[in-house]
Design a protein around this ligand. Structure first.
Ligand code: KG4
Ligand code: ZN
Length: 363
């Protein structure tokens, strides 16, 4: 089965083509345009701006994903900068070729329907519904959060993933622990009571003037610290629940910043190190605790924060069971993970039933 997947829940516009063959999921193309630089200039995402950029990018990204999935040799068709175009400037021959691929080689269309920003979600959902209707393809709506976990199926055989497993979602908007008994049967164990782990990285980064999103920069600066000199509290570290809380950490860092009149590069790096450690320690401890409590056979992690190598090492090092992460390119938001989820759980809905749901959780 070959599937076109579309993701537009926030500031990334992404489309991918995936194929499931002999129980293995392969990505044939994964094209992402991002409006991140626009949001870096405002220090965070302004939803209206994100939605407008989704409109600009959605068709070029879908067309590019379809064309790239077909290994085109034609240079005129390949030599194309996705970030510098909009629908009106796409050469007609590209559109015709993409139409042919969609109608003849694609078996279904999958789409993120939530959670996310309503304006951004609507662009992807309405595009996918329209394509499904015109090309008469089955439509598979996908929960973005679950897709972060199922990104682990990409380039792995289905049998390599053993149930039950504990799933940890660590992204800019969510921090959740779940127990998966099968591909579609899962139980929510706990989540953040306030800020998400990625949000904590980003907000703390803003306190020390790091560019948005701050997670990757905090990771880079932490690696420069050989002798840690400060420590922040890891919130809820000794609490038995599977809940998290990161807003207290942000307040602790704010107080620390306010109490130091000069924050030089060395101190900034120390703040990064202590922040990363405080966040990582509690994520690792609670995930291992959940795995032990429920006799999980594996731990699967997903979401932007799972790109952090220090976190990856810490979670893997002290684990008795295998810990799987997606390839780093599939940790942050991408279309391929939406296709992976849909290929494992091909639950069709009519286009009339498919609606954007910004508040979607694990209902
Ligand atoms: O999953 P994602 O791309 O988008 C959401 O669904 O939210 O996650 C984005 C988040 C941002 O908060 C970003 O700072 C964080 O992931 N992030 C990282 C790293 N790369 C991205 N956090 C820590 N270390 C990283 N290397
Ligand atoms: Zn995400």
């Amino acid at each position: 089965m070959r599937i076109l997947a579309i993701e537009s829940s926030c500031d990334e516009t992404s489309a991918a083509v995936l194929e499931k063959k002999d129980t293995e999921i392969k990505v044939l193309s994964n094209i992402t345009a991002t409006s991140l630089s626009l949001h870096a200039s405002t220090g965070g995402i302004i939803p209206e701006n994100a939605a407008r950029m989704q409109v600009t990018y959605i068709m070029p990204v879908v067309i590019e994903a379809l064309l790239s999935s077909n290994n085109l040799e034609d240079e005129k068709l390949n030599n194309f900068n996705i970030q510098q175009t909009d629908y009106h400037s796409i050469p007609p021959e590209r559109i015709i070729q993409a139409n042919t691929i969609l109608s003849s080689a694609i078996d279904a269309i999958s789409i993120t329907y939530g959670p996310g920003l309503i304006g951004s979600l609507l662009v992807g959902v309405e595009t996918a519904k329209t394509l499904a209707y015109i090309f008469q393809k089955p439509l598979i709506p996908v929960n973005h959060l679950l897709a972060h976990i199922f990104a682990n199926y990409i380039n792995r055989k289905e049998a390599e993933i053993n149930y039950p497993f504990v799933g940890l979602i660590v992204s800019g908007g969510h921090t959740d622990l779940l127990l998966f008994n099968s591909t579609s049967d899962f139980e929510w164990l706990g989540g953040t009571r306030d800020d998400a782990a990625g949000e904590a990285f980003d907000k703390i980064g803003r306190l020390i003037d790091l560019p948005y999103p701050a997670g990757p920069e905090i990771e880079k600066r932490s690696s420069l610290v050989s002798t840690p000199s400060i420590k922040f509290k890891s919130p809820l570290l000794h609490d038995e629940s599977f809940d998290f809380s990161f807003s207290g950490l942000k307040t602790e860092v704010l107080r620390f910043v306010q109490s130091n009149s000069v924050i030089d590069t060395n101190l900034k790096n120390q703040i990064c190190y202590a922040t990363q450690k405080a966040i990582t320690d509690v994520l690792v401890k609670k995930t291992h605790h959940a795995a032990q409590r429920f006799n999980a056979r594996m731990i699967l992690v997903g979401g932007g924060v799972s790109a952090n190598q220090t976190f990856r090492n810490a979670l893997s090092e002290n684990s008795d069971i295998p810990v799987l992460f997606p390839e780093k390119q599939y940790s942050t938001d991408n279309g391929a993970m939406i296709g992976a989820y849909a290929l494992i759980n091909p639950l069709e809905r009519t286009w009339q039933e498919t609606k954007a749901n910004p508040e979607l959780y694990f209902g």
